[in-house]
Design a protein around this ligand. Structure first.
Ligand SMILES: C[S@@+](CC[C@H](N)C(=O)[O-])C[C@H]1O[C@@H](n2cnc3c(N)ncnc32)[C@H](O)[C@@H]1O
Length: 281
């Protein structure tokens, strides 16, 4: 499997993500958060927090007695998120509201264990992130150490076995010309059973892994492509993992497949999300 590159992000992609996550990842993230119950006073870590939209949502829910940390490998998204937090806190100060206890730092899910003391968190969240983590077993082992004794891990992401925003691209890359060069693509999506096994191997108990349908409509091809590029931090049309002679044809075929979805009346998509809350045991 090829790894997603972390050096393709740009200021524009980060800015686009800040806008477009509000119709997709932020919505699924809020559905996941709802499963966690009352968060007042809790200490939360949001791994792969992007530009921090969900992290800030967490900070509002934990209130003045809780605290939230976000980590994210892309420095541009961390900077943007910290700017949003500063602006939000300035506004809250002007309105005599308590400041949000939240900050974002650069880091990966795999190295988070070296960034915080053991047992620091009540909840660790990965929303639309787990499939980007290259060493998922190492990340889960670190997460277990970072959780306190009753700590919980919340994960949400596309189900590998169902339709998701990258399905059309995967269909193209499964074609005869490409498939021997891209076994598995660049995203390590889980099925219910692979996620269950990974969690079990890490001594994290998940009673249920829910399959949750989510409907989203992208206004047109341009917005859908903006979403794909921003959500994959520039990897969506990067085909450097293919031999040189196949890169352009793959790009053109993928673009054509996504253009074909735009029939002039919005692009509705029903995706299936895997949502789970796991506990330390
Ligand atoms: C689709 S975004 C989700 C962002 C955020 N969690 C949200 O709900 O909006 C995926 C994020 O995963 C991050 N990511 C990629 N590899 C990662 C890793 N190894 N550890 C943690 N995050 C990673 C990306 O940089 C990107 O910001």
């Amino acid at each position: 499997m090829a790894n997603a590159r972390l050096d393709l992000d740009t200021d524009q992609l980060a800015q686009n993500y800040e806008e477009i996550n509000k119709i997709y990842q932020f919505q699924s993230g809020k559905m996941l958060v709802d499963k966690l119950g009352d968060l007042t006073g809790l200490r939360i870590l949001d791994l792969g927090c992007g530009t921090g939209t969900l992290t800030i949502h967490f900070a509002k829910l934990v209130g003045p007695t809780g605290s939230v940390s976000g980590t994210e490998p892309l420095a541009k998204r961390v900077a943007l998120g910290n700017e949003t937090i500063a602006a939000e806190n300035k506004k809250r100060k002007d309105e005599s509201k308590h400041e949000l206890h939240v900050s974002l730092a650069v880091g990966t899910a795999e190295n988070a264990v070296g960034m915080f003391p053991a047992g620091s968190f009540d909840i660790i969240c990965m929303n639309s992130v787990f499939h980007w983590v290259q060493d998922q077993a190492a990340a889960l082992a670190g997460i277990r150490k970072l959780l306190n004794e009753s700590g919980r891990l919340a994960i949400c992401g596309s189900s590998k076995e169902h339709y998701h925003p990258q399905s059309e691209k995967n269909r193209v890359l499964a074609g005869e010309r490409y498939r021997e060069h891209v076994p598995g693509g660049i995203a390590r999506l889980s099925t219910r059973s692979t996620l269950h096994s990974l969690l079990q191997d890490a001594n994290l108990l998940s009673r249920t892994i829910d399959l949750v349908p989510y409907e989203v409509t992208f206004p047109n091809y341009d917005k859908l492509m903006e979403f794909e590029m921003a959500s994959t931090f520039g990897n969506f049309l990067d085909f450097r993992f293919l031999p040189e002679n196949l890169r352009k044809p793959a790009e053109l075929e993928v673009i054509e497949a996504y253009r074909a979805l735009d029939k002039g009346a919005g692009i509705p998509m029903t995706v299936t999300l895997l949502m789970t809350i796991a506990k330390k045991f």
